[in-house]
Write a protein that binds this ligand. Structure first.
Ligand SMILES: [Fe+2]
Length: 106
């Protein structure tokens, strides 16, 4: 399982690096680092969630567009759900254990 998790993290980073916004990989890395500082006992589910929490923004075809939402909170919610959906699909592709997938998705 450790190898699968390492491969999944690598894939998440790879996707985020392709973002049109050069800040995205730095933001993902900073979020993960801060999360570990605040929660040193963080498990892999939390680390993967931190790393990929904005992943949908890096995929132009799937990105939630601000202009399609009049309400900012609804836009942010759609963005968060879409990132979770992208991560969920990646976890399926990498055949992560169902329990871990659930934990990351929540
Ligand atoms: Fe973020």
């Amino acid at each position: 399982m450790d190898k699968i998790i390492a491969e999944l993290k690598k894939k998440i980073i790879e996707i985020i690096k392709k973002s049109n916004n050069p800040e995205e990989p730095i933001h993902a890395k900073n979020t993960l680092e801060w999360m570990i500082k605040l929660e040193p006992q963080a498990d892999e589910a939390l680390k993967i969630a931190a790393l990929g929490h904005d992943i949908e923004r890096a995929i132009s075809k799937r990105k939630i567009k601000r202009e399609n939402y009049t309400n900012y909170e609804e836009f942010k919610k759609a963005h968060a759900l879409n990132s979770a959906e992208v991560l969920s699909q990646l976890m399926e592709t990498f055949k992560l254990k169902k329990e871990l997938r659930k934990e990351i998705f929540i």
